[in-house]
Design a binder for this molecule. Structure first.
Ligand code: FAD
Length: 445
């Protein structure tokens, strides 16, 4: 990526951060504008400010997860989801601390009513919102431990978020005080409708668009390592262009209105003809286990391209580091450079259990003869007589295979989380600046 592109990314990041802060802070400051109700004690006002901030942060989560390409591109989807998780925890903490402060200061707002019928509606909504938030956080943090399927978790996550934000708004409106002012009330109600409309955009508008742009499975190819490649062609439209390393959301069974799509990197060359795209999918769970049985001719839906994991920065050499199914974005990069006749040197460090698990092995060996590509296989369970690298990819493997000016190369890492953490740590030790390495994590949650 030329320098002006790097600057453009920096400007885009700064603009989006400014917009994000504006959306959080402006509605808070708006509460202080114009005529104000009589001031209450410091702790009450402080606790109320926390409640409002928490709601604004929660509402904006709908924007973060709305898959707006312009928003996510400067960072990469995994970073956005990571941010989403962290900000959610902060927002929930603010919302939970809000009544705790009132409780600790003995506020009369929390005094028990004489009978259930006298519980103010504002308080009922507060409890509903808080309850939904607590369940949402517990399910998000401990989904796998609670053995909740991804699909069920995803659907309830959206529902709970709607109840939490909707309940929060009704609580504020019901309580009046700042929102007794009709203009301020209209602002917060309008903002909540806007947040929910963002969800409507992802769940209704985008699927409608995808419905008109279906794909057909043209070929189902079995690959090494319990892995299947789906070759998909656009039906009645030109498809989209992607950059090698990017990914898309695949809906295989059912309509694009289905709540859960599955993300997969494109494994084909970005130069493939007729809008054809390929995804190479390893059998790892209930959805992926069905991929090898997909019939040719099946109609599927693709939402993409997404992601910032792509070649482009100036570098003397691109170092691609793949573990397991993390080979898919790398093979797309290699195929694309080969199709473009690109002469830049590439080195692929590819870790796997054994030779049988190395998807695309034969093709990679063939490509290494055509372009300036060096492939180094690193096997954790090598066969007898194996003379290549064994164990795991790390600093020692880098030192044996990379030219020593390590900080001049551009690194791409994709594989299991534990491998990626180890490699990022090794690159840090080798004084490779953070700006020189790019990661694609296959777990958003
Ligand atoms: C950006 C990205 C690119 C990916 N590219 C590839 C690829 O090229 N090839 C490949 O084989 N795999 C890829 N994956 C991983 C793939 O999406 C998951 O393995 C697959 O969705 C698991 O589905 P399952 O129901 O078979 O497994 P399950 O056993 O149900 O899920 C296993 C784990 O995968 C995650 N997961 C499940 N469903 C989803 C979902 N809908 N969205 C996000 N995460 C989910 C969850 O953390 C879950 O615990 C990629 C993931 C991401 C985030």
């Amino acid at each position: 990526m030329p320098l002006n592109a790097l600057h453009r990314d920096l400007v885009r990041r700064s603009v989006w951060i400014a917009i994000y802060l504006l959306f959080i802070l402006a509605p808070l400051f708006a509460l202080l504008a114009g005529a104000l109700p009589p001031a209450r004690d410091f702790w009450t006002e402080f606790s109320v400010a926390l409640g409002y901030s928490g709601l604004a942060m929660m509402g904006l989560q709908f924007g973060l997860t709305a898959r707006f390409r312009h928003v996510t591109e400067p960072w990469g989807e995994d970073v956005i989801y990571h941010f989403h998780r962290r900000v959610s925890l902060i927002a929930v903490a603010l919302v939970v601390v809000h009544p705790l402060i009132l409780l600790a200061t003995g506020s009369d707002k929390l005094a028990p009513p004489a009978s259930l019928a006298e519980v103010p509606l504002g308080a009922v909504f507060a409890m509903l919102s808080l309850g939904a938030l607590i369940v949402l956080v517990v399910m998000a943090l401990w989904r796998t431990r609670l053995k909740i399927s991804y699909e069920f978790w995803h659907a309830t996550h959206i529902l709970l978020a709607l109840v939490a934000v909707g309940g929060g708004l009704f609580h504020m409106v019901g309580w009046g005080f700042y929102l007794a002012d009709p203009l301020k009330r209209a602002l917060w109600i309008g903002m909540t409708i806007f947040w929910m409309a963002l969800l409507g955009y992802v769940r209704v508008v985008k699927p409608l668009f995808m419905l008109r742009r279906p794909y057909r499975v043209a070929e189902v190819r079995q690959e090494r390592g319990d892995t299947t490649t789906l070759v998909m062609r656009p039906e009645g439209h030109a498809g989209f262009r992607f950059r090698p390393g990017q990914f898309g959301w695949l809906t295989l069974w059912g309509s694009p209105f289905k709540i859960t799509g599955h993300p997969f990197s494109f494994s084909s060359s970005a130069e493939a003809a007729d809008g054809r795209v390929e995804m190479t999918i390893r059998n790892l769970g209930d959805f992926t286990s069905g991929v090898s049985k997909v019939p040719v001719g099946q109609r599927v839906y693709l939402d993409g391209p997404y992601g910032a994991f792509t070649i482009g920065n100036p570098a003397d050499m691109h170092v691609l580091i793949a573990g397991g199914i993390g080979i898919t974005p790398m093979v797309s990069m290699i195929r694309t450079l080969a199709d473009r006749g690109d002469k830049r040197p590439l080195i692929l460090l590819y870790g796997g259990k054994d030779l049988e698990s190395l998807t695309f092995r034969e093709e990679l060996d063939a490509l290494a003869k055509r372009i300036d590509l060096t492939v180094v296989y690193v096997l954790s369970r090598p066969p007898e007589g194996w003379t290549g690298e064994r164990g795991y990819i790390g600093a020692e493997v880098f030192k044996r295979h990379l030219p020593p000016r390590y900080a001049d190369h551009e690194y791409f890492i994709c594989g299991p989380n534990v491998m990626m953490d180890a490699i990022e740590a090794a690159l840090g030790e080798m004084k490779v600046p953070l700006s020189k390495y790019h990661s694609e994590r296959y777990s958003f949650v």
